[in-house]
Design a protein around this ligand. Structure first.
Ligand SMILES: Nc1nc2c(ncn2[C@@H]2O[C@H](COP(=O)(O)OP(=O)(O)O)[C@@H](O)[C@H]2O)c(=O)[nH]1
Ligand SMILES: [Mg+2]
Length: 457
């Protein structure tokens, strides 16, 4: 059970551009592997025979191994093992743009580097023990983060928060295995076998801890994707204008999301306490859509999952008509919104939000109302240092471990299976957790048995 395997060509020195392509002040090209220094030397860096001082940026007139000038660059060497990958790493900061980074990459290749495959630097970091698998995923989460809360989660995961939790759970499995092993190996010990109730209690609390961590997945999903706020109403109600006005009004970081479906336009507002993910219809006519036949525009696909629905209309009648169509089709909180309030000065005491995309009236109050219902309808927000499960891989691995614990408990309580057979479930639970973190270690159980039970006596 090795989760991370060496790729073919694992000894190669790899090269890639670490910054995004296109115009920019600088680009960073990264080399990793045993030949990183000699390749940099072939490009004109580090003159002289002795190794350059590590972690110090030096200026270099870069040139192709054939002598052609490339750029005026800064170059930094990170000596193995104190580097991102654990290998010798050379970072070349060149000018950005379309040509320079491409030419420098080509020069590195000409000097013997191989273009890296996606994620290969981080893969090497895992292989060399610089980080575990969960931390490697956090690197990707950090880069993909669209909200501040998700960024914080990724940072905490990168710092080893989730890994430590998973390791602690795995330790508990090993502890249980040790208890069982003792029971198997020393049934005639003076102090008698371990009380079955002790094993049952330990297994139950472990199963509950696995379940609790597994159940943080929906929280993480809300933090990552935002609370789903779907806008509904008749054509021309002012939905798209409201969508744009809300995004503008909030002055928060807005990330437009390229059409996950054809019938919707989405954007995530990075907003406290929860990010909000607004969905407007793309206004495409779909003759097969029952809701559209009823004269209401809404992204049907999102309606069932919506946590909040803004039911929009320029008149009370329009709002009522929309409510009638929407109510039975969503489990989310419904907020009635009277649009184009600038055209209709008549105040009313209905529990309706009056907004104008034209004047900005009522937008802030509507956003705050959305915050309130989102908080009320959402899974509880994690406390600052709470560890969350941010990926399906984590949830699935925990589910396997949880189910194995459940199987073990059933067998143990019934006394149906001999202890060595029941212990197979513990082994499977441990493997599932090891897989999550990316550990390969067969000595753990023996270690624990020896340490805890003084077998040498
Ligand atoms: N006066 C006024 N007109 C608005 C307002 N919001 C939207 N409109 C107008 O109403 C029409 C339909 O707006 P639109 O946002 O496309 O509605 P949708 O079909 O529901 O997405 C457009 O001509 C808008 O300019 C508003 O707050 N005040
Ligand atoms: Mg529209």
């Amino acid at each position: 059970m090795v989760t991370v395997r060496q790729l073919p060509g694992g000894d190669d020195t790899i090269v890639a551009c670490a910054t995004a392509a296109g115009r920019g002040a600088i680009a960073v090209i990264r080399l990793s592997g045993a030949r990183a220094i000699s390749i940099a030397r072939a490009l004109g860096a580090f003159p002289g025979a002795s190794d350059p001082p590590p972690r110090r940026a030096t200026r270099v007139a870069l040139r192709h191994p054939d002598g052609a000038p490339l750029d005026d660059a800064l170059i930094t060497w990170f000596a193995a093992p104190r580097s991102y990958t654990g290998e010798d790493v050379v970072e070349i900061a060149t000018h950005g743009g379309h040509v320079v980074p491409a030419l420098v990459l080509a020069a590195c290749a000409a000097a013997g580097a191989r273009p890296a495959t996606p994620g290969e630097f981080t893969r090497r970091a895992v292989l060399n023990g610089r980080m575990d698998l969960v931390q490697a995923e956090a690197v990707a989460d950090l880069i993909d983060a669209r909200t501040t809360v998700m960024l914080r989660q990724a940072l905490s995961q990168l710092d080893g928060g989730l890994s430590r939790r998973l390791l602690a759970l795995r330790d508990e499995v090993i502890h249980l295995e040790a208890l069982i092993a003792y029971d198997i190996d020393f049934p005639e010990e003076d102090d008698g076998p371990i009380a079955p109730a002790r094993i049952k209690n330990a297994a139950e609390s472990l199963r509950d801890a696995l379940r609790a961590l597994m159940h943080t997945a929906p929280q993480a999903a809300v933090l990552r994707d935002g609370v789903l706020v779907v806008i509904a109403g008749p054509p021309n109600a002012g939905k798209s204008s409201l969508f744009n006005a809300l995004l503008g009004e909030s002055r928060a970081l807005v990330t437009p999301i390229a059409g996950t479906t054809r019938d919707a336009i989405e954007a995530v507002l990075d907003r406290a306490p929860l990010p909000l993910r607004f969905v407007d219809t793309a206004g495409l006519r779909d003759p097969d859509d029952e809701i559209e036949r009823l004269g209401i525009e809404v992204s049907t696909r999102y309606l069932a999952q919506a946590q909040v629905v803004l039911v929009c209309g320029a008149s009370a009648a329009d709002i009522d008509a929309t409510l009638a169509v929407i109510a039975s089709r969503t489990g989310g909180s419904v907020l009635p919104v009277r649009t184009k309030a600038d055209l209709d000065a008549s105040a009313s005491d209905e529990p309706v939000h009056h907004v104008s995309a034209e004047t900005g009236q009522g937008l802030r109050a509507l956003l705050e109302a959305i915050d309130r219902v989102a908080m009320a309808s959402s899974v509880a927000l994690p406390a600052g240092d709470d560890v969350l499960v941010t990926r399906e891989r984590h949830r699935a691995g925990l589910a396997v471990a949880h189910d194995e614990l459940t199987e073990f408990l059933m067998a143990w309580e019934r006394g149906a299976l001999p202890a060595p057979v029941a212990a197979v479930h513990l082994y499977a639970a441990r493997e599932a957790l090891s897989d999550l973190i990316g550990i390969v270690d067969t000595e753990d159980v023996l270690d624990r048995v020896f340490r805890e039970f003084c077998i040498g006596k």
